[in-house]
Write a protein that binds this ligand. Structure first.
Ligand code: COA
Length: 405
Protein backbone atom coordinates (compact mmCIF):
# COMPACT_ATOMS: atom_id res chain seq x y z
CA UNK A 1 0.00 0.00 0.00
CA UNK A 2 1.29 3.44 -0.80
CA UNK A 3 0.45 6.58 1.22
CA UNK A 4 0.67 10.28 0.38
CA UNK A 5 3.97 11.81 1.55
CA UNK A 6 4.35 15.56 2.04
CA UNK A 7 6.01 18.13 4.32
CA UNK A 8 4.05 19.61 7.25
CA UNK A 9 3.48 23.21 8.37
CA UNK A 10 4.24 24.42 11.96
CA UNK A 11 0.59 24.18 13.09
CA UNK A 12 0.62 20.46 12.33
CA UNK A 13 3.60 19.71 14.60
CA UNK A 14 1.50 18.54 17.58
CA UNK A 15 -0.43 16.00 15.48
CA UNK A 16 2.78 14.96 13.71
CA UNK A 17 4.51 14.44 17.09
CA UNK A 18 1.80 12.00 18.15
CA UNK A 19 3.34 9.49 15.77
CA UNK A 20 6.72 9.71 17.58
CA UNK A 21 5.01 9.56 20.96
CA UNK A 22 3.39 6.28 20.00
CA UNK A 23 6.38 4.82 18.16
CA UNK A 24 9.04 5.78 20.76
CA UNK A 25 6.83 5.34 23.85
CA UNK A 26 7.20 8.78 25.44
CA UNK A 27 5.11 11.97 25.86
CA UNK A 28 6.33 15.09 24.09
CA UNK A 29 6.02 18.18 26.33
CA UNK A 30 4.59 21.40 24.84
CA UNK A 31 7.67 23.40 25.90
CA UNK A 32 9.90 20.96 24.04
CA UNK A 33 7.76 21.18 20.91
CA UNK A 34 7.91 24.99 21.04
CA UNK A 35 11.72 24.86 21.20
CA UNK A 36 11.78 22.24 18.47
CA UNK A 37 9.74 24.54 16.21
CA UNK A 38 12.78 26.84 16.07
CA UNK A 39 15.17 24.14 14.86
CA UNK A 40 12.87 21.87 12.89
CA UNK A 41 13.19 22.51 9.16
CA UNK A 42 9.56 22.31 8.13
CA UNK A 43 10.41 22.38 4.43
CA UNK A 44 12.42 19.19 5.05
CA UNK A 45 9.77 17.45 7.15
CA UNK A 46 8.24 14.21 5.88
CA UNK A 47 4.74 13.06 6.79
CA UNK A 48 3.11 9.89 5.48
CA UNK A 49 -0.69 10.20 5.58
CA UNK A 50 -3.56 7.73 5.52
CA UNK A 51 -6.37 10.08 4.59
CA UNK A 52 -6.13 12.88 7.17
CA UNK A 53 -4.12 10.86 9.68
CA UNK A 54 -0.36 11.10 10.11
CA UNK A 55 0.96 7.52 10.16
CA UNK A 56 4.68 8.01 9.47
CA UNK A 57 7.15 10.84 10.14
CA UNK A 58 10.63 12.00 9.27
CA UNK A 59 12.67 15.07 8.53
CA UNK A 60 16.19 16.32 7.96
CA UNK A 61 18.55 18.90 9.42
CA UNK A 62 20.91 20.81 7.12
CA UNK A 63 24.30 20.17 8.69
CA UNK A 64 27.89 20.82 7.71
CA UNK A 65 29.76 17.58 8.42
CA UNK A 66 33.50 17.64 9.08
CA UNK A 67 35.32 15.09 6.93
CA UNK A 68 39.03 14.18 7.14
CA UNK A 69 40.59 17.49 6.09
CA UNK A 70 37.38 19.07 4.80
CA UNK A 71 33.67 19.66 5.21
CA UNK A 72 30.57 18.70 3.22
CA UNK A 73 26.91 19.63 3.51
CA UNK A 74 24.69 16.78 4.57
CA UNK A 75 21.06 15.96 5.36
CA UNK A 76 20.77 14.62 8.91
CA UNK A 77 17.77 12.28 8.92
CA UNK A 78 15.64 12.66 12.03
CA UNK A 79 12.24 11.93 13.60
CA UNK A 80 11.74 8.57 11.88
CA UNK A 81 8.64 6.85 13.21
CA UNK A 82 5.71 4.78 11.96
CA UNK A 83 2.54 4.14 13.99
CA UNK A 84 2.50 0.65 15.54
CA UNK A 85 -0.70 -0.14 13.60
CA UNK A 86 0.96 0.72 10.26
CA UNK A 87 4.30 -1.04 10.69
CA UNK A 88 5.83 -3.38 8.11
CA UNK A 89 3.80 -2.12 5.16
CA UNK A 90 6.75 -0.35 3.54
CA UNK A 91 6.06 3.17 4.91
CA UNK A 92 9.64 3.66 6.14
CA UNK A 93 10.93 2.48 2.76
CA UNK A 94 8.77 5.13 1.02
CA UNK A 95 10.00 7.78 3.50
CA UNK A 96 13.63 6.82 2.78
CA UNK A 97 13.12 7.22 -0.97
CA UNK A 98 11.53 10.63 -0.38
CA UNK A 99 14.43 11.67 1.89
CA UNK A 100 17.09 10.54 -0.59
CA UNK A 101 15.37 12.42 -3.45
CA UNK A 102 15.18 15.52 -1.27
CA UNK A 103 18.86 15.33 -0.19
CA UNK A 104 19.98 14.84 -3.78
CA UNK A 105 17.83 17.76 -4.98
CA UNK A 106 19.75 19.97 -2.54
CA UNK A 107 23.06 18.65 -3.87
CA UNK A 108 24.05 17.34 -0.45
CA UNK A 109 26.33 14.40 -1.29
CA UNK A 110 25.31 12.21 1.62
CA UNK A 111 22.80 11.53 4.37
CA UNK A 112 23.66 10.82 8.02
CA UNK A 113 21.63 9.57 10.98
CA UNK A 114 21.68 8.07 14.44
CA UNK A 115 19.85 4.76 14.60
CA UNK A 116 17.50 3.51 17.35
CA UNK A 117 18.34 -0.05 16.29
CA UNK A 118 21.22 -1.29 14.18
CA UNK A 119 18.98 -3.62 12.12
CA UNK A 120 17.05 -0.88 10.32
CA UNK A 121 19.25 1.18 8.01
CA UNK A 122 21.83 -1.13 6.40
CA UNK A 123 19.24 -2.14 3.80
CA UNK A 124 19.04 1.49 2.65
CA UNK A 125 22.82 1.73 2.16
CA UNK A 126 23.94 3.25 5.50
CA UNK A 127 27.12 2.11 7.22
CA UNK A 128 28.44 2.82 10.72
CA UNK A 129 30.85 5.75 10.21
CA UNK A 130 31.74 6.69 13.81
CA UNK A 131 31.94 4.87 17.13
CA UNK A 132 30.59 6.05 20.48
CA UNK A 133 32.75 4.90 23.36
CA UNK A 134 31.17 5.95 26.64
CA UNK A 135 32.79 4.87 29.89
CA UNK A 136 32.17 4.56 33.60
CA UNK A 137 34.81 4.78 36.31
CA UNK A 138 34.93 4.48 40.09
CA UNK A 139 36.27 7.74 41.54
CA UNK A 140 38.62 5.78 43.83
CA UNK A 141 40.58 4.74 40.72
CA UNK A 142 40.94 8.08 38.98
CA UNK A 143 44.49 9.01 39.95
CA UNK A 144 46.56 10.41 37.12
CA UNK A 145 49.87 8.69 36.33
CA UNK A 146 51.33 12.05 35.40
CA UNK A 147 49.62 15.42 35.45
CA UNK A 148 49.79 17.75 32.51
CA UNK A 149 50.71 21.30 33.47
CA UNK A 150 47.43 23.24 33.70
CA UNK A 151 48.31 26.91 34.10
CA UNK A 152 44.68 28.04 33.86
CA UNK A 153 41.68 27.84 36.18
CA UNK A 154 38.45 25.91 36.30
CA UNK A 155 35.36 27.98 37.01
CA UNK A 156 31.70 27.04 37.62
CA UNK A 157 29.42 29.19 35.48
CA UNK A 158 25.66 29.56 35.11
CA UNK A 159 23.53 28.53 32.16
CA UNK A 160 23.47 31.97 30.53
CA UNK A 161 27.25 32.28 30.56
CA UNK A 162 27.52 28.69 29.34
CA UNK A 163 25.20 29.45 26.42
CA UNK A 164 27.53 32.32 25.44
CA UNK A 165 30.82 30.48 26.03
CA UNK A 166 30.34 26.90 24.86
CA UNK A 167 29.59 27.44 21.14
CA UNK A 168 32.93 29.22 20.51
CA UNK A 169 34.85 26.29 22.04
CA UNK A 170 32.84 23.77 20.01
CA UNK A 171 33.45 25.84 16.85
CA UNK A 172 37.21 25.58 17.36
CA UNK A 173 36.96 21.78 17.38
CA UNK A 174 34.75 21.49 14.30
CA UNK A 175 37.50 21.76 11.64
CA UNK A 176 39.77 19.35 13.53
CA UNK A 177 37.45 16.46 14.17
CA UNK A 178 35.89 14.31 11.40
CA UNK A 179 32.31 13.46 12.33
CA UNK A 180 31.50 16.79 14.01
CA UNK A 181 28.28 18.47 12.86
CA UNK A 182 27.54 22.19 12.81
CA UNK A 183 25.24 23.45 15.62
CA UNK A 184 23.04 26.47 14.95
CA UNK A 185 22.09 28.96 17.67
CA UNK A 186 18.58 27.46 17.89
CA UNK A 187 20.12 23.98 18.24
CA UNK A 188 22.24 25.21 21.17
CA UNK A 189 19.07 26.61 22.77
CA UNK A 190 17.28 23.28 22.37
CA UNK A 191 20.32 21.40 23.57
CA UNK A 192 20.47 23.48 26.78
CA UNK A 193 16.72 23.37 27.38
CA UNK A 194 17.32 20.82 30.13
CA UNK A 195 13.80 19.40 30.40
CA UNK A 196 13.06 17.57 33.64
CA UNK A 197 12.37 14.27 31.84
CA UNK A 198 15.77 14.39 30.10
CA UNK A 199 17.51 14.17 33.50
CA UNK A 200 16.69 10.63 34.56
CA UNK A 201 16.35 11.81 38.17
CA UNK A 202 19.69 13.67 38.12
CA UNK A 203 20.26 17.38 38.77
CA UNK A 204 19.85 20.09 36.17
CA UNK A 205 22.90 20.85 34.04
CA UNK A 206 26.03 22.15 35.79
CA UNK A 207 28.64 23.97 33.71
CA UNK A 208 32.39 24.31 34.24
CA UNK A 209 34.87 26.04 31.97
CA UNK A 210 38.63 25.96 31.87
CA UNK A 211 40.28 29.31 31.15
CA UNK A 212 43.84 30.34 30.37
CA UNK A 213 44.69 34.03 30.39
CA UNK A 214 40.99 34.83 30.54
CA UNK A 215 40.17 32.75 27.47
CA UNK A 216 37.79 29.78 27.81
CA UNK A 217 39.30 26.77 26.00
CA UNK A 218 37.27 23.90 27.41
CA UNK A 219 33.91 23.14 28.99
CA UNK A 220 32.22 20.37 30.90
CA UNK A 221 28.44 20.04 31.11
CA UNK A 222 27.43 17.56 33.79
CA UNK A 223 24.65 16.32 36.02
CA UNK A 224 24.87 14.62 39.40
CA UNK A 225 22.77 12.20 41.41
CA UNK A 226 22.72 12.28 45.17
CA UNK A 227 22.81 8.72 46.51
CA UNK A 228 23.51 7.18 49.91
CA UNK A 229 24.01 3.57 50.95
CA UNK A 230 24.28 2.59 54.62
CA UNK A 231 25.40 6.08 55.54
CA UNK A 232 28.00 6.39 52.77
CA UNK A 233 27.76 8.72 49.80
CA UNK A 234 27.68 6.79 46.50
CA UNK A 235 26.66 9.66 44.23
CA UNK A 236 26.97 9.65 40.43
CA UNK A 237 28.27 12.29 38.09
CA UNK A 238 27.30 12.18 34.42
CA UNK A 239 29.86 14.04 32.28
CA UNK A 240 27.30 14.76 29.56
CA UNK A 241 29.66 16.72 27.28
CA UNK A 242 33.30 17.61 27.68
CA UNK A 243 34.97 19.61 24.92
CA UNK A 244 38.53 20.87 25.15
CA UNK A 245 40.73 22.71 22.71
CA UNK A 246 44.01 21.55 24.34
CA UNK A 247 45.09 18.42 26.27
CA UNK A 248 45.70 20.64 29.33
CA UNK A 249 42.09 21.88 29.23
CA UNK A 250 40.82 18.29 28.87
CA UNK A 251 42.95 17.06 31.73
CA UNK A 252 41.89 19.95 34.01
CA UNK A 253 38.20 19.31 33.33
CA UNK A 254 38.48 15.58 34.10
CA UNK A 255 40.40 16.50 37.21
CA UNK A 256 37.45 18.68 38.22
CA UNK A 257 34.92 15.88 37.50
CA UNK A 258 36.96 13.49 39.65
CA UNK A 259 37.19 15.98 42.51
CA UNK A 260 33.47 16.52 43.18
CA UNK A 261 32.74 15.36 46.72
CA UNK A 262 30.18 12.66 47.58
CA UNK A 263 30.52 11.11 44.10
CA UNK A 264 31.50 7.47 43.69
CA UNK A 265 30.90 6.85 39.97
CA UNK A 266 31.66 9.06 36.98
CA UNK A 267 29.75 8.18 33.80
CA UNK A 268 29.81 9.55 30.28
CA UNK A 269 27.49 9.33 27.28
CA UNK A 270 29.10 9.46 23.86
CA UNK A 271 32.88 9.82 23.99
CA UNK A 272 35.51 9.37 21.25
CA UNK A 273 37.02 5.94 20.73
CA UNK A 274 40.44 7.55 21.27
CA UNK A 275 40.20 9.02 24.77
CA UNK A 276 43.09 11.12 26.12
CA UNK A 277 42.08 10.10 29.63
CA UNK A 278 43.14 6.49 29.06
CA UNK A 279 46.70 7.79 28.53
CA UNK A 280 46.58 9.93 31.70
CA UNK A 281 45.16 7.53 34.27
CA UNK A 282 47.40 5.46 36.53
CA UNK A 283 44.96 2.53 36.28
CA UNK A 284 43.24 2.87 32.89
CA UNK A 285 41.74 -0.63 33.03
CA UNK A 286 39.32 0.78 35.60
CA UNK A 287 37.55 2.66 32.80
CA UNK A 288 34.65 0.39 31.89
CA UNK A 289 34.26 1.23 28.23
CA UNK A 290 31.06 0.56 26.29
CA UNK A 291 31.39 0.86 22.52
CA UNK A 292 28.49 1.27 20.14
CA UNK A 293 27.62 2.60 16.72
CA UNK A 294 27.57 6.40 16.51
CA UNK A 295 26.85 8.27 13.30
CA UNK A 296 25.66 6.29 10.27
CA UNK A 297 26.50 7.64 6.80
CA UNK A 298 25.02 6.93 3.38
CA UNK A 299 26.81 8.28 0.29
CA UNK A 300 24.40 9.51 -2.39
CA UNK A 301 26.87 11.26 -4.71
CA UNK A 302 30.06 9.22 -4.58
CA UNK A 303 32.36 11.57 -6.58
CA UNK A 304 31.27 14.67 -4.61
CA UNK A 305 31.52 12.84 -1.26
CA UNK A 306 34.98 11.45 -1.91
CA UNK A 307 36.28 14.75 -3.30
CA UNK A 308 34.97 16.40 -0.11
CA UNK A 309 37.66 14.83 2.08
CA UNK A 310 41.43 14.40 2.03
CA UNK A 311 43.46 11.21 2.21
CA UNK A 312 46.29 10.21 4.54
CA UNK A 313 48.57 9.03 1.75
CA UNK A 314 48.84 9.93 -1.92
CA UNK A 315 47.22 7.25 -4.07
CA UNK A 316 44.89 6.17 -6.83
CA UNK A 317 42.14 3.60 -6.68
CA UNK A 318 39.58 2.23 -9.14
CA UNK A 319 36.61 0.59 -7.43
CA UNK A 320 33.08 -0.57 -8.13
CA UNK A 321 30.24 0.32 -5.79
CA UNK A 322 27.07 -1.78 -5.82
CA UNK A 323 23.94 0.06 -4.68
CA UNK A 324 20.91 -2.21 -4.65
CA UNK A 325 18.53 0.45 -3.22
CA UNK A 326 19.56 3.30 -5.58
CA UNK A 327 21.32 1.57 -8.50
CA UNK A 328 22.15 4.86 -10.28
CA UNK A 329 24.32 5.94 -7.32
CA UNK A 330 26.65 2.98 -7.86
CA UNK A 331 29.08 2.26 -10.68
CA UNK A 332 32.83 2.26 -11.27
CA UNK A 333 34.83 5.20 -9.93
CA UNK A 334 38.41 6.40 -10.05
CA UNK A 335 39.76 8.21 -7.01
CA UNK A 336 42.99 10.15 -6.96
CA UNK A 337 43.75 11.74 -3.64
CA UNK A 338 46.21 12.66 -0.96
CA UNK A 339 46.80 15.04 1.96
CA UNK A 340 46.28 18.13 -0.24
CA UNK A 341 43.00 17.20 -1.91
CA UNK A 342 41.24 14.69 -4.10
CA UNK A 343 39.34 14.16 -7.33
CA UNK A 344 36.88 11.37 -8.02
CA UNK A 345 35.04 10.57 -11.25
CA UNK A 346 33.14 7.78 -12.95
CA UNK A 347 35.45 5.49 -14.88
CA UNK A 348 35.48 2.81 -17.56
CA UNK A 349 38.67 1.22 -16.16
CA UNK A 350 38.65 -2.27 -14.67
CA UNK A 351 37.88 -1.99 -10.94
CA UNK A 352 40.50 -3.18 -8.44
CA UNK A 353 37.96 -3.46 -5.63
CA UNK A 354 34.24 -4.12 -5.45
CA UNK A 355 32.00 -3.37 -2.43
CA UNK A 356 28.52 -2.19 -1.54
CA UNK A 357 27.61 1.41 -0.77
CA UNK A 358 27.14 0.70 2.96
CA UNK A 359 30.70 -0.63 3.16
CA UNK A 360 32.16 2.42 1.42
CA UNK A 361 30.01 4.76 3.54
CA UNK A 362 31.30 3.13 6.73
CA UNK A 363 34.89 4.06 5.73
CA UNK A 364 34.03 7.60 4.64
CA UNK A 365 35.07 9.46 7.79
CA UNK A 366 38.24 7.44 8.33
CA UNK A 367 37.03 4.79 10.79
CA UNK A 368 36.62 1.08 10.07
CA UNK A 369 38.82 -1.14 7.95
CA UNK A 370 38.71 -2.27 4.34
CA UNK A 371 40.80 -5.27 5.45
CA UNK A 372 38.00 -6.40 7.77
CA UNK A 373 35.36 -5.83 5.07
CA UNK A 374 37.54 -7.99 2.82
CA UNK A 375 37.85 -10.71 5.44
CA UNK A 376 34.08 -10.57 6.01
CA UNK A 377 33.49 -11.16 2.29
CA UNK A 378 31.91 -7.71 1.82
CA UNK A 379 34.78 -6.42 -0.36
CA UNK A 380 36.52 -8.26 -3.18
CA UNK A 381 39.87 -7.46 -4.77
CA UNK A 382 43.60 -8.03 -4.41
CA UNK A 383 45.13 -7.63 -0.96
CA UNK A 384 47.50 -4.93 -2.26
CA UNK A 385 44.57 -2.75 -3.36
CA UNK A 386 42.80 -3.33 -0.03
CA UNK A 387 45.94 -2.21 1.80
CA UNK A 388 46.29 0.88 -0.41
CA UNK A 389 42.63 1.77 0.24
CA UNK A 390 43.17 1.49 4.01
CA UNK A 391 46.30 3.63 3.85
CA UNK A 392 44.43 6.31 1.92
CA UNK A 393 41.16 6.34 3.89
CA UNK A 394 42.65 6.34 7.41
CA UNK A 395 43.22 9.66 9.19
CA UNK A 396 45.28 10.91 12.10
CA UNK A 397 42.19 11.43 14.27
CA UNK A 398 39.43 8.84 14.49
CA UNK A 399 36.03 10.34 13.72
CA UNK A 400 33.53 11.02 16.49
CA UNK A 401 30.08 12.60 16.46
CA UNK A 402 28.97 14.21 19.74
CA UNK A 403 25.56 15.21 18.36
CA UNK A 404 22.19 13.59 18.91
CA UNK A 405 19.45 14.67 16.53
C1 COA B 1 11.62 1.45 12.50
C2 COA B 1 10.26 1.79 11.88
C3 COA B 1 10.26 3.27 11.47
C4 COA B 1 10.07 0.91 10.64
O1 COA B 1 8.95 1.34 9.91
P1 COA B 1 8.14 0.36 8.93
O2 COA B 1 7.21 1.22 8.13
O3 COA B 1 7.57 -0.76 9.70
O4 COA B 1 9.30 -0.17 7.99
P2 COA B 1 9.08 -0.87 6.55
O5 COA B 1 7.76 -1.57 6.53
O6 COA B 1 9.32 0.12 5.47
O7 COA B 1 10.25 -1.92 6.60
C5 COA B 1 11.19 -2.08 5.61
C6 COA B 1 12.06 -3.27 5.93
O8 COA B 1 12.77 -3.03 7.15
C7 COA B 1 12.48 -4.06 8.10
N1 COA B 1 12.42 -3.41 9.39
C8 COA B 1 11.76 -2.28 9.69
N2 COA B 1 11.94 -1.97 10.98
C9 COA B 1 12.74 -2.91 11.50
C10 COA B 1 13.28 -3.13 12.80
N3 COA B 1 13.01 -2.29 13.81
N4 COA B 1 14.08 -4.20 12.97
C11 COA B 1 14.35 -5.03 11.95
N5 COA B 1 13.85 -4.87 10.70
C12 COA B 1 13.07 -3.82 10.49
C13 COA B 1 11.15 -4.62 7.67
O9 COA B 1 10.98 -5.93 8.14
C14 COA B 1 11.28 -4.55 6.17
O10 COA B 1 12.10 -5.61 5.71
P3 COA B 1 11.90 -6.27 4.26
O11 COA B 1 12.12 -5.13 3.29
O12 COA B 1 12.94 -7.30 4.23
O13 COA B 1 10.50 -6.75 4.27
C15 COA B 1 9.09 1.53 12.87
O14 COA B 1 9.12 0.19 13.25
C16 COA B 1 9.14 2.41 14.10
O15 COA B 1 8.53 3.46 14.13
N6 COA B 1 9.86 1.97 15.15
C17 COA B 1 9.93 2.70 16.42
C18 COA B 1 10.63 4.06 16.29
C19 COA B 1 12.04 3.91 15.74
O16 COA B 1 12.82 3.08 16.19
N7 COA B 1 12.36 4.76 14.73
C20 COA B 1 13.68 4.79 14.12
C21 COA B 1 14.42 5.96 14.68
S1 COA B 1 16.10 6.00 14.17
Amino acid sequence: MSYLIRPIVPDELRAFAQVWERAFNFDEKDEELEALKKTFEFDRSIAALDGEQFVGTGGAFSFALTTPGGSVSTGGLTAIAVLPTYRRQGILTDIMRYHFDEVRSREEPLSVLRASESTIYGRYGYGVATIDAGFEIDRRHTNFAAKLPTPGQVRLIDKDEARLTMPAIYERLIPLWPGFLSRSGAEWDLYLLDMEHWRDGMTSNRFVIYEEKGEAIGYLRYRAREKWEQGHAVGELLAAELMAVTPAAESALWDYAFSVDLIQTIKTQSRPAEELLSELLADPRRMKIKRGDGLWARLLDIPASLAGRRYASEGQLVFEVVDSFLPDVGGVFELEGGPDGAACRRSTATPELKLDVAGLSSRYLGDGSFRLLHEAGRLTGEVEAVRRADQMFGWDRLPWCPNYF
